[in-house]
Design a protein around this ligand. Structure first.
Ligand code: AMP
Ligand code: DBH
Length: 554
């Protein structure tokens, strides 16, 4: 089916397409198969009918049941008037409704935006505005936070937002519908192809506002299928999901979609603590789990303190999202007999894995190698000149599942991509002769707080709106657990009502929270500074600030 001309221009609005020669190459090599994500799930539902797809608390869904729920929610969405290219922001904890909403939206050509539970109204309303989303779907409460108040704030700010659907106690909003009442209807296939954008992932980013990452059916599914192969998932695989379901790592590396591709069973954990996760691993005979390094350390600590060695029970433990310290990797393998896999990826595309049969030194000391022989990797200096093998430089990449541009961001794209379409990852890496990547650091203005990415500029812009803040600079401070935490240096305009320093710091934190930024973006540490250090060019000298933190000379 072909979309008509108007639909076609609507579908490409704000998108940087892959150039035709690359499209041909990726199709010809068999990477892009012309299947939509919706068709992909339906194919699994037909293949694995009565096998268990999803376990969420005491609710269980076979492939067929999950597929029916999806179809019914898709009918509901159609009856509400939604259709082709309408964006829907989905923000849910790890519950079954996430998958029902996500696949149902795709089934009618809507475009889900993958918000994370940690996002607050500043981020969510930005996603709604960026995509002109008409619908926001959330759960009532999670970890003590009430998403209905967030929804109210978004409604005030976002004129395009027509409807809010709340799973649980909906209050003044629309409740999650009674799905069986839609069972005698069918939806028709949307007029899209696998080359079109399916949904939006989110970037941790490095500039003011989080960027939306448009992923096409073809490119995403290629990374999913190839990842499932690399991770050797199969019908007997049982994956526990402790990281947020909507994250790119959780969805595609190999994640829930990789698992659904192979007919395995996904078990959802409502939080990642050992107290919650370990009993689930035991009772469901879990084979695969993905963690960020900080969680891997917490789990190792729990095992050390007497919990069962669950690492040994797993077929594989994946760790990614931030640099895994070599010592922890070694401990997991030697002390806990863990089959470890490092994963270095990004929602923009490129994902690297250590392979199960790699030598131990590779699994401990590198972040693995690319998925595809057509993942083009360049390591360059400041002037984009390629460096000799083994030298540390900026990682640039282009390939069959790496985007060519952020959504509706032509200005930003000029810096984030090279003229010939390579994505500037902002990571400082080196390559081993065997083609494994070692992440040595970062050039982008970003703090990686245990896998949660903070664009320093975004937080500084908020801080600078405070009446008494003259200037602010957010920098990373090394942290033994999270890898990095944030420290805000603040040049303060005193007045005679100023409270004690401790109270002022609290007030500043409250200011950032009230603005509506995600909690993990609230500065962990605040230091008042008489005058900022400057570089020769007149920019705030963050190197200098970081040095003060590590040398503790404040
Ligand atoms: P995002 O673009 O927000 O999806 O975040 C991706 C970024 O996370 C990468 O560019 C890296 O900076 C970081 N990252 C992901 N996995 C790893 C890893 N295994 N080791 C080091 N950094 C990582
Ligand atoms: O950090 C990430 O964004 C990430 C890490 C591992 C990712 O997107 C992925 C694997 O796919």
């Amino acid at each position: 089916m072909n979309a008509n001309v108007n639909d076609e221009s609507l579908l490409w609005d704000g998108i940087v397409p892959y150039p035709e020669e690359f499209v041909e190459r990726y199709i010809q090599k068999g990477y892009w198969k012309g299947q939509t994500i919706s068709e992909f799930f339906q194919e699994s539902a037909q293949k694995f009918v009565n096998q268990m797809a999803l376990i969420c608390g005491d609710r269980q869904y076979s492939y067929q049941e999950l597929n029916q729920n999806i179809e019914q929610f898709a009918v509901f969405l159609t009856k509400q008037g939604y259709g082709l290219a309408d964006a829907v922001v989905i923000q849910m904890p790890n519950i079954a409704e996430f998958f029902i909403a996500y696949f149902a939206a795709l089934r009618i050509g809507m475009r889900p935006v993958m918000s994370l539970p940690a996002h607050r109204h500043a981020e969510v309303s930005h996603f709604i505005q960026q995509t002109d989303a008409k619908l926001y779907i959330c759960a009532d409460k999670h970890l003590g936070f009430d998403y209905r108040s967030l929804a109210q704030e978004c409604q005030r700010r976002c004129p395009t937002l027509q409807q809010v659907i709340v799973v649980g106690d909906a209050g003044d909003f629309d409740p999650w519908p009674n799905l069986p009442s839609f069972k005698n209807h069918m939806v028709s296939k949307p007029k899209i192809t696998a080359r079109h954008v399916a949904f939006f992932q989110l970037s941790g980013g490095s500039t003011g506002t989080p960027k939306l990452i448009p992923r096409t059916h073809d490119d995403y599914l290629y990374s999913v299928r190839a990842s499932a192969d690399i991770c050797k998932l199969h019908t007997e695989s049982r994956m526990l999901m402790v990281l947020p379901v909507a994250h790119n790592f959780s969805m595609s590396s190999a994640g829930s979609l990789g698992l659904f591709y192979t007919g395995g069973t996904l078990v959802l954990s409502k939080d990642p603590s050992p107290q919650t996760a370990f009993p689930l691993i035991e009772s469901h005979n879990i084979t695969h789990v993905a963690l960020v390094p900080a969680l891997a350390a917490t789990w190792a600590e729990a095992v050390q303190n007497g919990a069962t060695n669950i690492f040994k029970k797993l077929t594989a433990l994946q760790v990614g999202g931030a640099r895994l310290p070599d010592a922890l990797a070694e401990k997991l393998i030697d002390q806990y007999q863990c089959r470890l896999q490092q994963v270095f990826g990004m929602a923009e595309g490129l994902v690297n894995y250590t392979r199960y049969d790699d030598p131990k030194e590779v699994i401990i000391g590198t972040q693995g190698s690319r998925i595809s022989p057509d993942d083009e990797i360049k390591i360059v200096d400041e002037d984009d000149h390629e460096l000799p093998l083994g030298e540390v430089g900026h990682l640039l990449t282009r390939g069959p599942y790496t985007i060519r541009g952020y959504y509706r961001a032509s200005e930003h794209n000029r810096n984030a991509f090279t003229l010939d379409g390579f994505y500037r990852t902002g990571d400082l890496v080196r390559l081993t002769p065997e083609g494994n990547i070692i992440v040595e650091g970062r050039s982008k203005e970003q703090i990686n707080r245990g896998g949660e990415k903070i664009a320093t500029e975004e937080v500084e812009q908020v801080l600078n709106q405070h009446q008494q803040i003259i200037l602010s600079a957010l920098v990373a401070q090394p942290d033994p657990i999270l890898g990095e935490k944030s420290c805000a240096f603040i040049q303060w305009r005193p007045n005679n009502q100023d409270a004690s320093e401790t109270r002022l710091k609290l007030q500043i934190r409250q200011f950032v929270q009230a603005y509506g930024l995600a909690t993990y973006k609230i500065p962990d540490r605040i230091e008042f500074i008489e005058e900022m250090p400057y570089t020769a060019l007149g920019k705030i000298d963050k190197k200098q600030l970081r040095k003060r933190l590590t040398e503790d000379t404040i």
